[in-house]
Design a protein around this ligand. Structure first.
Ligand code: G3P
Length: 217
């Protein structure tokens, strides 16, 4: 499963990319607002930091305007993926981008039939929002399972990008459910490395090693 960061914090992205485990980055208008910086500048910087797919979201709601914005965003760097909302106009724009060879990430997906339409429109990625469904008492991860089954039934190659991930448990379940990618806030990415038994075991190993008085180098 590919791991993307859901962030516009370029300092943090640069730090985490050093692990070699960051396959891409997703952004949205809320995250751009949080950065307090001009969108085009932030996206260009992220595209330089991470060579994988970088999602940049349109702000228009009409298809023609989404297309104009998306074409401008796609011109920033070859690894830009144009993110569009899962609306009627968004899917018209997705079809256009698909025909132009521009990659898309269809976002704000909350149902399996929405995901079916996005795949039919030629979306590169579909972003089901797990955490926001769970917040409503719905089964976020069940949506990933449903979309996986539908895409496999018909051989759609749209990639399932599990979004709105809140916990390491979400990451595990997304992987078990067959999501192709998951986009994580930086704190969840950091938590993936950790286990208390790893810390405890390492502490003991280091103590025992020190007792030998040896040195490898
Ligand atoms: O970028 C889309 C998504 O990951 C947003 O997550 O936590 O705002 O529901 P969240």
């Amino acid at each position: 499963m590919q791991i993307f960061l859901d962030s516009t914090d370029t300092k943090l992205i640069a730090e985490l990319a050093e692990t070699g485990l960051v396959d891409g980055v997703t952004t949205n208008p809320t995250l751009i607002a949080k950065s307090g910086r001009p969108m085009l500048e932030v996206i260009a910087e992220i595209c330089d930091l991470v060579p994988g797919p970088i999602s940049a979201e349109v702000a228009a709601i009409k298809a023609d305007a989404m297309i104009a914005e998306g074409e401008k965003l796609a011109g920033i760097a070859p690894n830009v993926v144009v993110k569009v909302p899962l609306t009627r106009d968004g899917l018209i724009a997705t079809g256009h981008f698909n025909r132009q060879g521009i990659k898309t990430n269809v976002t704000l997906c909350f149902s399996a039939v929405q995901a079916l339409l996005a795949a039919k429109a030629g979306a590169t990625y579909i972003s089901p929002f797990i955490g926001r469904l769970d917040d409503q008492g719905a089964d976020g991860m069940g949506l990933i399972t449903d979309i996986r089954a539908i895409y496999d039934n018909y051989g759609f190659d749209t990639e399932i990008l599990a979004a709105s991930i809140r916990t390491t448990g979400h990451v595990k379940e997304a992987a078990l459910s067959g999501a192709d990618c998951a986009t994580l806030p930086a704190n969840v990415f950091g938590e993936l490395f950790k286990h208390p038994l790893t810390d405890k075991g390492l502490e003991q190993f280091l103590k025992d090693w020190a007792g030998t008085g040896q040195s490898i180098l």
